[in-house]
Design a binder for this molecule. Structure first.
Ligand SMILES: NC(=O)c1ccc[n+]([C@@H]2O[C@H](COP(=O)([O-])OP(=O)(O)OC[C@H]3O[C@@H](n4cnc5c(N)ncnc54)[C@H](OP(=O)(O)O)[C@@H]3O)[C@@H](O)[C@H]2O)c1
Length: 258
């Protein structure tokens, strides 16, 4: 039986992906640290949509967690032909203020886990010439964002790797897309120590990210920006000099005073 594996499914954008894919009839493997949230979401989705939902409680900042997730899926006979790499976190503030432990956690979850999970599940997708991968990057991936420097760098990693994979895998039956949201209403910024009321852009709901990613994948896009404002900012970013683009990004994120 084939499954869609979603990391970061306990809340926010990942939960929205889980709800939408269950509605579409996908069987699911949900991954995050919050076991109780995953359990109640799994029960709800099984009941509402009649799909099979498994959950795997893992801390993706642990380097061995991707292998355990892969082993879990094998032990459950859950083949994975659809992967959503959504788990992620940030920390607001200047780089020199980020505690070393937090720096490592952000890099492990946003980059290492994403890359290792993709690497582990890809061979099965390639063997079947059937697979889809949605990687959740960010609008902030387009340039360094002052006040969110490490975060924006990890999302540039996600976007760049997705682009290369798109090309490498297109002849092998596997589709890859990077979805690059602006600001989404999930509590993500508060968890990062940033007040979302300061953000200088409208905040969208999770549904726009899910819809844009699914539509983009269907239309064979390599990356997708969910809202018109996101698209306008990409355009502006291309027109502006690099220095100005970086300043604008910092102004919009408004972590710093200037
Ligand atoms: N919100 C935005 O404005 C925005 C904009 C652009 C991109 N994004 C990206 O979208 C993705 C989802 O963000 P969101 O807004 O939905 O944030 P969120 O509500 O904070 O959700 C983050 C998810 O990642 C999981 N996660 C975090 N650390 C983890 C760890 N160590 N191990 C396992 N799972 C972990 C969390 O689960 P547990 O806490 O249960 O482990 C949660 O399910 C992230 O990659 C984020 O960078 C968000």
């Amino acid at each position: 039986m084939m499954f869609t594996l979603i990391t970061g499914a306990s809340m926010g954008i990942g939960e929205a992906f889980a709800r939408e894919f269950a509605r579409k009839g996908h069987n699911l493997v949900l991954v995050a640290r919050s076991g109780e949230r995953l359990q109640s979401l799994a029960e709800e989705l099984r009941h509402e949509s009649g799909v099979e939902v498994k959950f795997c409680v893992e801390d993706l900042s642990d380097a061995a967690s991707p292998e355990r997730i892969y082993a879990f899926c094998r032990s459950q006979r859950a083949g994975v032909d659809f992967l959503v790499n959504c788990a992620g976190l940030s920390r607001a503030g200047d780089f020199d203020d980020i505690p070393l432990g937090k720096l490592e956690e952000i890099m492990m979850v946003n980059m290492m886990a994403m890359a290792r999970i993709t690497r582990l599940f890809l061979p099965d997708m390639i063997a079947k010439r059937a697979g889809s991968i949605i990687n959740v990057a960010s609008l902030g991936a387009l340039q360094g964002v002052p006040g969110l420097g490490l975060y924006s760098a990890t999302k540039a990693f996600v976007m760049t790797l997705s682009e290369a994979l798109y090309e490498e895998l297109k002849e092998k039956g596997v589709r890859v897309i990077a979805v690059c949201p602006g600001f989404i209403n999930t509590g993500f910024f508060e968890r990062a120590g940033h007040n979302s009321a300061n953000l200088r852009l409208p905040i969208s709901e999770t549904g726009v990210v899910v819809k844009a990613a699914i539509k983009g994948l269907k239309n064979n896009k390599v990356r997708v920006f969910p809202t018109l404002i996101d698209v306008a900012l990409v355009f502006l970013q291309r027109l502006a000099s690099r220095k100005i683009a970086i300043r604008i990004a910092g102004f919009i994120a408004a972590v710093r005073d200037n």
